[in-house]
Design a protein around this ligand. Structure first.
Ligand code: COA
Length: 322
């Protein structure tokens, strides 16, 4: 099998279309989006990320593509943790169990010879057994498991009675940073993949989410809703529309990204109210809204189905220190 860094010309429907369309785990495949749209979306993403410095490895035999791996530096995480961190965004192979496992291991071994990264992070569908076993054989360690639910605006109405005032962010970032810091450190509910990795500085993992909420407040593509009691901020939720996907398909998908409620105000339906308000905000802008969390975050998974969500996928997050 020949493995090489793909040229820009190879990141095309002619070269990758047939290979990608045979893959079971294309992003958003669960929503009945036409396969051609998803293939074009992935190819567009590969081309965009290649322009921004990502490397794409292609595995071929007799002019047939058997595997692809794309790796991109996580600039923000690298700066935050002070170490070179990269994400393997796509890792697809074809074949039966043994072939897929072997092709994946060869792509990963090629990557380790090429990359100057200290930490590689990737995510797999929990059903992708050959990929999971190849990662284990290649010394990746499991860090967390995520579950994703979706809300379908065609079949459901947003009708929970909110228990507090929910407003668009104005100038509450200092208070929200405090809520983010405590909610994802001493008062966290579940363990994310950064905290699970004992080689990452715990204080930096604690500080990650206060930077995140600050960044979200500057990002024009995100919205931040703030929950208030007596005009005092007690929680927030951030979300956004996937505009890139929306340019390839008529189905509009929104994502609820990060939420937290101040520890002293928990179990008073504030999170439920914020999620309801976010769904209401999405209701004339999206067909589907997705929500994801660690499998051990039981409070949020109790809330979502009450508002009308359904489970749609589960994924593992893996780390490998080079
Ligand atoms: C998760 C979180 C946002 C929930 O906020 P909240 O305002 O307390 O949530 P709500 O009051 O709306 O609902 C919580 C639900 O979980 C239930 N719950 C609370 N603790 C629980 C536990 N340990 N196990 C299972 N269920 C629990 C509550 O009973 C309630 O369900 P109910 O309405 O059926 O009784 C808050 O705990 C938090 O900020 N956690 C840290 C950050 C986080 O995990 N964010 C979410 C992921 S991005």
């Amino acid at each position: 099998m020949n493995i090489h860094v793909a040229t820009k010309d190879e990141l095309s429907v002619d070269v990758l279309g047939s290979f990608l369309s045979k893959n079971r785990f294309l992003p958003y495949a669960e929503y009945g989006i036409p396969l051609d749209n998803l293939v074009n979306y992935v190819i567009g993403d590969l081309r965009d990320s290649e322009e921004k410095g990502a490397s794409v490895l292609l595995a071929e035999e007799n002019n047939t593509v058997l595997g692809i791996l794309s790796v991109v530096k996580s600039k923000w995480d690298s700066n935050h943790f002070g170490t070179e961190i990269a994400n393997i965004r796509y890792l697809f192979t074809l074949g039966d169990y043994l072939e897929k496992k072997q092709h994946t291991k060869e792509l990963l071994s090629h990557l380790s010879r090429l990359s100057g990264f200290s930490l590689l992070i990737t995510r797999t569908h929990t059903e992708d057994t050959p990929l999971i076993h190849a990662l284990e054989d290649s010394s990746f360690q499991l860090m967390d498991t995520l579950v994703t639910h979706y809300f379908d605006f065609k079949n459901k109405v947003v009708d929970f009675k909110e228990t507090c005032k929910i407003e668009l962010l104005k100038d509450e970032i200092p208070e929200l940073k405090k809520i983010a810091r405590t909610s994802f450190s001493e008062a966290k509910v579940a363990t994310d993949h950064f905290h699970a990795d004992r080689r990452l500085d715990e204080a930096k993992s604690d500080a990650l989410y206060e930077h995140w909420i600050e960044e979200a407040s500057k990002d024009k593509e995100s919205i931040v809703l703030v929950a208030k009691i007596n005009d005092h901020p007690v929680g927030f939720t951030t979300s956004g529309l996937n505009h890139r996907l929306n340019s390839y398909t008529s189905k509009k998908i929104g994502t609820l990204i990060l939420s937290a409620v101040s520890p002293e105000y928990r179990n008073a339906q504030i999170y439920t109210s914020m999620i309801n308000a976010t769904l209401r905000w999405f209701s004339d802008k999206a067909d589907i809204a997705e929500l994801g969390t660690q499998i051990g975050n039981y409070p949020v998974q109790r809330v979502w189905p009450k508002l009308g969500t359904k489970i749609v996928r589960s994924q593992n997050t893996w780390h490998k220190w080079m």
